[in-house]
Design a protein around this ligand. Structure first.
Ligand code: HEC
Ligand code: HEC
Ligand code: HEC
Ligand code: HEC
Ligand code: HEC
Length: 472
């Protein structure tokens, strides 16, 4: 035993199958990482889930490989394999090592590179975000409606560039692991994207400049009563949207120099006891608080700088309340308003409890038809097609809004753009939020919109404008 064992590292790494597998893993992880780095540096990938690959799976493989190598060597030594005692045939040992590393590297570069490229590309698609992750089915379904249906999830949810990516990555990766393990809060209500890392200046405002002045927007809301004739009425509003220096709704919160910071008690940001308003141009700072709130009682609350999504929170994922969904379907003619009690019957069926989406899909149209069979057999005879179509429209409404397995139901995701079905604007403009000298955030009915008609039959203003019935 005078001769020192000959064991160059390269040869040890290929000395036995286990060490060889370990080396292959280490090599694979390194090569894929090499491919990922430039993609990240370029900032072209803004998807948090590539982070899972780069920061979780690859390091795990790398470490597994590193662990396997000594295990292999240890076992080989116990079995007294030649390599540990000194190699008898150096030439063939070297040949084996070089062959292994040559082939492994070539295969890795070819396969790993392609794999990485495809994976990264795939993770940027809506299919990956909405469908691979079952937890986001409601958002995927609601996103498939205009106008944003072709805007990629990441365009709104992840700020471009390294910093946004870094912020979304950690949260996104944690979330993905949670989703895979089915370990997440249902329904999902906190989104790391928009408030946490994606500022609207880098997402929405890439397409919609904050400085844009939008003229007044005309809103016609068509409603139907729950009487036999589904009596139609219309509310007509002229929204003072404005923008930039022209004031109005957009200008009041987003004009250059203005910033609004608010403190919320809940993750959905529905209860806001304190609001700070700054207007740098005019040199104005105001703090609005609800009665009983103080700086001290609110200072530990999470705070947010107001941006587009604070009002337009349902811009890509709009869910309806059953009453509203029915009004829309009746106005669009998907449910024929001449069907007696169509609104009332439909509403009762949509609000009923069902064990599963399948059961709802069977019961809703059957019960709707049953109603006419029992109460209005003549209508059923004359309008069978209308009734079948209405049944289908009702199921569609149900499927777009109710996801029992995720605990998403009517009203789970309230809209902030209004004040009738949820607090919305009145989270701050409720007349209660006041400065210490008594100034309140306005609740004057004509400041945000001209109220031209409220639930009127054939409003005069629509006649004057030559707009007859249901326009939207
Ligand atoms: C046009 C911009 C936009 C696009 C495109 C978009 N989202 Fe959203 N998403 C939002 C906004 C705004 C919110 C609400 C954020 C808030 O409440 O602060 C949101 C919220 C969510 C939430 C949290 C639950 C909820 O409904 O509040 C999930 C999950 C989500 N989006 C997933 C997706 C997925 C998946 C896609 C692609 C299929 C997508 N989003 C595309 C703007 C967008
Ligand atoms: C990739 C570009 C893009 C991004 C990002 C984007 N939008 Fe849009 N948005 C559009 C387009 C295009 C339209 C349709 C314009 C039209 O038809 O006049 C639209 C329409 C809208 C409308 C009108 C809605 C309606 O029902 O007609 C609102 C409000 C809106 N966007 C707000 C937002 C907000 C808020 C965000 C960020 C959370 C956002 N958008 C992100 C491109 C974008
Ligand atoms: C203070 C709440 C608020 C904020 C903040 C806000 N908006 Fe609006 N926005 C509104 C209201 C209210 C309307 C009128 C919408 C209506 O009646 O449907 C509107 C209208 C619009 C419209 C026109 C929609 C149409 O149907 O023509 C677009 C586009 C829009 N907003 C985009 C944005 C973008 C982009 C941002 C961020 C830069 C933003 N908004 C910030 C409240 C807000
Ligand atoms: C987070 C709190 C908050 C929310 C939510 C909010 N606002 Fe405001 N809004 C303010 C503050 C603060 C001011 C400035 C008040 C002041 O200094 O008089 C303001 C001012 C306004 C003004 C100008 C009022 C005036 O006297 O000229 C309009 C219009 C307006 N908001 C509309 C809306 C609409 C529409 C919504 C809902 C879509 C909304 N706001 C939601 C905080 C809010
Ligand atoms: C801070 C701004 C603001 C103030 C103040 C305000 N509104 Fe509104 N209002 C809105 C917005 C935004 C909508 C939603 C418009 C839409 O659906 O596009 C709305 C919608 C409505 C609607 C239609 C509701 C529906 O969906 O059926 C009525 C009616 C209405 N407002 C009445 C009032 C009355 C009455 C007051 C005074 C107590 C008032 N508003 C004060 C912003 C405001």
């Amino acid at each position: 035993m005078s001769e020192k064992p000959y064991r160059p590292i390269l040869i040890m790494l290929t000395a036995n199958w286990i060490s060889m597998a370990g080396s292959a893993l280490v090599l694979f992880a390194l090569v894929v990482l090499l491919f990922l780095i430039p993609v990240h540096m370029a900032g072209t990938v803004s998807n948090p889930y590539t982070g899972l690959l780069a920061f979780l799976i690859l390091p795990a493989l790398f470490i597994l490989g590193l662990v396997l190598i000594p295990i292999g060597l240890f076992i080989a030594r116990r079995n007294g394999t030649a390599i540990m005692a000194g190699v008898t045939d150096r030439r063939s040992a070297w040949k084996k090592a070089i062959l292994f590393f040559g082939v492994a590297t070539a295969v890795n570069v070819l396969v790993g590179g392609q794999l990485t490229y495809r994976a990264v590309e795939h993770m940027d698609t809506q299919q990956f975000c909405g469908q691979t992750c079952h937890a986001m089915t409601p958002e995927f379904v609601s996103h498939a409606r205009p106008p944003h249906l072709r805007v990629a999830c990441v365009s709104c949810h992840v700020s471009p560039g390294a910093s946004g990516y870094l912020k979304a990555k950690t949260a996104g990766t944690r979330r993905l692991v949670g989703a895979v393990m089915d370990n997440f809060e249902k329904p999902i209500d906190y989104i790391p994207g928009l408030e946490g890392s994606a500022s609207s200046s880098e997402t929405c405002e890439v397409c919609h400049a904050r400085e844009t002045t939008l003229g007044p927007r005309f809103r016609i809301l068509t409603k139907f009563a729950d009487d036999e004739t589904n009596t139609q009425s219309q509310t007509v509003l002229m929204m003072r949207v404005g923008g930039g220096a022209s004031g109005g709704i957009h200008g009041a919160h987003l004009a250059p120099g203005i910033s609004i910071r608010y403190f919320a008690t809940d993750a959905k940001r529905q209860t806001i006891p304190r609001v700070e308003y700054k207007n740098a141009k005019m040199g104005i700072t105001r703090t609005f608080m609800t009665p009983g709130s103080t700086e001290a009682s609110t200072s530990k609350l999470a705070s947010y700088t107001m941006q587009c999504a604070d009002c337009h929170n349902r811009v890509a994922h709009s869910f309806d309340l059953p009453d509203r969904a029915l009004d829309r379907a009746l106005a669009a003619g998907e449910i024929n308003p001449t069907l007696p009690f169509a609104k009332k019957t439909g509403l009762a069926l949509l609000e009923a409890k069902y064990a599963s989406a399948d059961e709802a899909g069977r019961k809703i149209p059957a019960s709707f038809e049953d109603f006419y069979r029992k109460q209005y057999p003549q209508v059923l005879a004359n309008q069978q097609a209308d009734i079948t179509r209405a049944g289908q429209a009702l199921i569609a409404m149900y499927r777009q809004n109710i996801f029992p397995e995720l605990k998403v139901t009517w009203g789970t995701y309230p809209t902030n753009l209004g004040h009738m079905t949820s607090p919305g604007c009145f989270r701050c403009h409720d007349g209660d939020h006041a400065t210490s000298d008594g100034k309140t955030a306005t609740q004057d009915c004509e400041t945000c919109h001209r109220t031209l008609a409220v639930e009127e039959k054939d409003p005069a203003v629509l006649k004057d404008l030559g707009i007859s019935t249901a326009a939207r």
